[in-house]
Design a protein around this ligand. Structure first.
Ligand SMILES: Nc1ncnc2c1ncn2[C@@H]1O[C@H](COP(=O)(O)OP(=O)(O)OP(=O)(O)O)[C@@H](O)[C@H]1O
Ligand SMILES: [Mg+2]
Length: 399
């Protein structure tokens, strides 16, 4: 027997990793069977009318006149719509009322550039994924064409959006497939997959993304010899291929300041920096900002485009009645003023509980949790998301 290998730490950790992974797989297959498909609930006619921006009575009349998609009607006469029917209605209304087309179907117009939003902070657990997910779903519900990119090898965003990274993905099925340095590179269009959420597409993530971190140092050396596209341009180039298909791209960054994150920051037109307002987190954020600015300066000198339309700090998991938290939020506002979103995302068991079953508050029905808890949490998320949308629309010079 090879005694060196028995005692060697790498072998031991590898064995434990395999044991753990096997058990996790069993557990996860039990909780989320590999072939289970996520689906989105339907929306009441009241919710549909609100999303579209018309009255419920008007929707009823459309359905009575046989115009637009036919909603599901329950035995008690309640109408409900799927999100894709809501989007069909948007198209129908935009065509039949061309003067108000943009208010029904807010897609990007000529001259309005694609908005790519990187959600970032190297502090783990600062709610990057939750913020990305809620923003992407909010924008899709509002009628925009949204692409969510999971740049985190841990792939929590993909899991939340119904892709199980251990079961559903093959080689090159993550963004890595479109930014890799070798000849296996493919178009991002081949990697993007629709989700159960109409109007929201996904570039999933998994461990394969780490390859980019490992390969970039070698590519940097080759680049000095004048070969290939710079690492920081690759994410942007991949997105540019599908630019015309989307209005907004949301990138969920990993909790590291690696090459992937730098690529996302260079590719983005705006940045959201999530902040959990606690002393330790804010202290590490100041490190994050210093390191980011150092690294970005290097990228800029190497020719990277680092202009952003807006950079906003988003306070998340906020407990407004906590004294120390309030001090930190006040500090951030006094230092960064308008760069801090006015709305904060409240810490809420409604959000964390929904997350346990891989859902958001947009997915669960109001009756499933205590109404006051649900309403308060959703209100705070909606307020933050609508502020981000207002900033996007400002870039497009829309009202
Ligand atoms: N507003 C909130 N209220 C309650 N729980 C929240 C809230 N936002 C996020 N969480 C919970 O906090 C945890 C961390 O959130 P999340 O995964 O979004 O952070 P992250 O920054 O993406 O983490 P990582 O750095 O590991 O990628 C999750 O369990 C999530 O459900
Ligand atoms: Mg995350």
């Amino acid at each position: 027997m090879d005694t060196a290998s028995v005692s060697s730490t790498d072998i031991r950790i590898e064995r434990q990793a395999k044991q753990l992974s096997r058990q996790l797989k069993v557990l996860s297959e039990h909780l989320f069977p590999p072939h289970s498909q996520k689906s989105l609930r339907t929306f009441t006619s009241g919710e549909a009318a609100q999303l579209i921006g018309v009255s419920d009575g008007y929707l009823r009349q459309l359905s009575l006149d046989g115009k637009g998609p036919a909603p599901d009607v329950s035995s008690s006469g309640r109408r409900s719509y799927t999100l894709s029917q809501i989007n069909e209605l948007r198209h129908h209304l935009a065509t039949s009322k061309p003067k108000d087309a943009l208010s029904f179907l807010p897609h990007r117009q000529r001259g309005e550039k694609l908005q790519t939003i990187a959600v970032t902070n190297f502090k783990g657990g600062s709610a990057k994924t939750t913020t990305s997910l809620y923003l992407a779903q909010y924008l899709a519900l509002s009628g925009y064409r949204v692409l969510a990119i999971d740049l985190d090898p841990q792939a929590s965003l993909s899991a939340m959006l119904g892709v199980q990274p251990e079961f559903d993905l093959g080689d090159g099925d993550t963004l890595y497939g479109a930014i890799r340095y070798d000849d296996e590179r493919k178009s991002l269009r081949e990697i993007i997959r629709p989700t159960y959420f109409d109007g929201l597409h996904l570039v999933p993530g998994n461990l394969e993304l780490m390859e980019f971190e490992h390969e970039t140092p070698r590519a940097l050396a080759e680049r000095r010899a004048g070969k290939g596209e710079a690492f920081f341009q690759r994410v942007g180039t991949a997105i540019a291929e599908v630019e015309s298909d989307y209005d907004i791209v949301v990138i969920d960054c990993p909790p590291q300041l690696g090459y992937l994150t730098l690529g996302a920051v260079c590719a983005s037109t705006a940045m959201l920096i999530t902040v959990h307002p606690q002393m330790v987190d804010v202290a590490s954020m100041s490190q994050f900002l210093l390191m980011t600015s150092d690294l970005l300066a290097v990228v800029r000198k190497a020719g990277g485009d680092l202009s952003h339309d807006f950079i906003k700090y988003v306070v998340t998991r906020h407990e407004p009645f906590d004294g120390p938290q309030s001090q930190i939020v006040a500090l951030l506002r006094s230092l960064f003023s308008d760069d801090v979103l006015t709305a904060t995302i409240l810490k809420s068991t409604a959000i964390s509980d929904a997350g346990l079953s891989k859902q958001t508050l947009y997915e669960i029905e109001r009756g499933q949790v205590r109404k006051t808890t649900y309403d308060r949490a959703l209100e705070s998320v909606n307020a933050a998301n609508s502020e981000v949308l207002a900033n996007i629309r400002k870039v497009w010079a829309r009202k």
